[in-house]
Design a protein around this ligand. Sequence first.
Ligand SMILES: NC(=O)c1ccc[n+]([C@@H]2O[C@H](COP(=O)([O-])OP(=O)(O)OC[C@H]3O[C@@H](n4cnc5c(N)ncnc54)[C@H](O)[C@@H]3O)[C@@H](O)[C@H]2O)c1
Ligand SMILES: O=C[C@H](O)CS(=O)(=O)O
Length: 486
Amino acid sequence: MNELKQLHNQFINGQWRDGSSDRKMENRNPFDNELLATYHAASKEDLDQAYETAKEAQKSWEKTNPIVQREVFEKAHQYIENNHEKIVEVIIDEIGGTRLKAEFEIGLVINMIKEASTFPFRMNGQILPSPTDGKENRVYRVPLGVVGIISPFNFPFFLSMKSVAPALGAGNGVVLKPHEDTPITGGTMIAKIFEEAGLPKGLLNVVTTEIAEIGDNFVEHPIPRSISFTGSTKVGRHIGKVAGENLKEVHLELGGNSALVVLDDADIDLAVSAAVFSRFTHQGQICMSANRLIVHEKVYDEFVEKFVEKVSRLTTGDPKNSNTIIGPLINERQVQNTVQLIEEGIKEGAKPIIRGNVNGNIVEPVVFDEVKRDMKLAKAELFAPVVSIMKVSNDQEILEIANDTSYGLSGAIHTQDIERGAELAKEMDTGMIHINDGTINDEPNVAFGGMKNSGVSRLNGDWSLDAFTTTKWISVQHTRKQFPYS
Ligand SMILES: NC(=O)c1ccc[n+]([C@@H]2O[C@H](COP(=O)([O-])OP(=O)(O)OC[C@H]3O[C@@H](n4cnc5c(N)ncnc54)[C@H](O)[C@@H]3O)[C@@H](O)[C@H]2O)c1
Ligand SMILES: O=C[C@H](O)CS(=O)(=O)O
């Protein structure tokens, strides 16, 4: 029996209990629509209790010995190792992730926990010189207090943990709200892991609810000093506005429309493999997915032929089957959005050279050839196994097309001339870009985040430490100070 699949209660003040709202939530398997559970949503009162208890618990956590704090992360890591197979099952059943995706996500989570386990020993301050005689300036790094975290549906285990673990490691209390379609993977499973790891009661709370129930309360609530949001640009814009009005720090990790560029001197087989992985992993539901493949005309035909051949061999279907590469999209709404986008693309004149079927929530790969930069397919974030290939003739055109998007998250450039690639990369308006690799990269110690409408934040490593702490200047006047009057 997999007890992780039963985690449908709220986790507030160290207690597992049903939400106190009358509103019923359903959790369904996106592949076969099986009803996994129904439960009551968290109400505004539940949320308030979650924030209050996080605030209370944080006071002593901040003062806890860093060795003791670090041990919690070591035990959390151990719990994940010990329950690896059960976690894989949850990712498959709740979010339709394939085994490959589940293993990838668990690996990211473990690396993030290891990184966060170093935070208690990285709360360093500074002693700074003073222009005032006899004064000593001490700048302490201190936790923010309580952090509110909102996560998306696509990599919920990792993307929740990416803020939860560093926020806790930096001495904060946390309230986490996962996406309504992924309450376990993005929420209660993380609570269970830290409960088993011995995290003090009340420090981490998970509320599973709908926005229709709590409105802007999660962000407006007076207790959290910072909101860490990962999700769509549309919702992120709203969160930023509400957080700003309430004078809270906000970290926004948002959508993308990444380009993978293939130059005329690229290793085409490598570029094809990178493009397939960058587009089709987790059905294309990754913020860094390669939406656009921008290919030099000299190698265009060879690239397209090899790409189409590889895509045609991708297996689709039940994510439980270990051979499946493409499982279901998260819900019917996402399927409908995708179908609409495909139809609009065709109306605009884009030619599908592969057009798979739609079966339930499974969308088989769709490949559009010779997409033009003003088509919606080139502008929108395609959060699905749909890709646009675009033909270009020189580096200048590559830059114009690659940058012709409101997003700026990730990207990739394939070339045998590393410095040509690096020079082009400098001109791309993206927060992250990779040479001779895919667009999907996330390393626990390296700055992660986007430019333009892809976000206003950097996370991981030192950047997460900065995101979840603030500074406090304490000065000591060692000599008797002379004031100008009195
Ligand atoms: N940059 C990144 O690191 C990153 C990572 C993953 C996903 N994403 C982006 O996220 C999107 C897909 O995820 P999604 O569909 O879950 O995004 P979403 O914006 O629809 O939802 C994200 C979260 O916001 C919550 N939410 C929705 N409306 C809200 C409101 N008014 N107030 C407070 N919370 C609200 C949702 O319940 C969910 O928990 C894509 O655009 C993808 O690119 C970005
Ligand atoms: O969707 C974007 C994510 O950041 C995915 S990943 O978990 O970092 O690969």
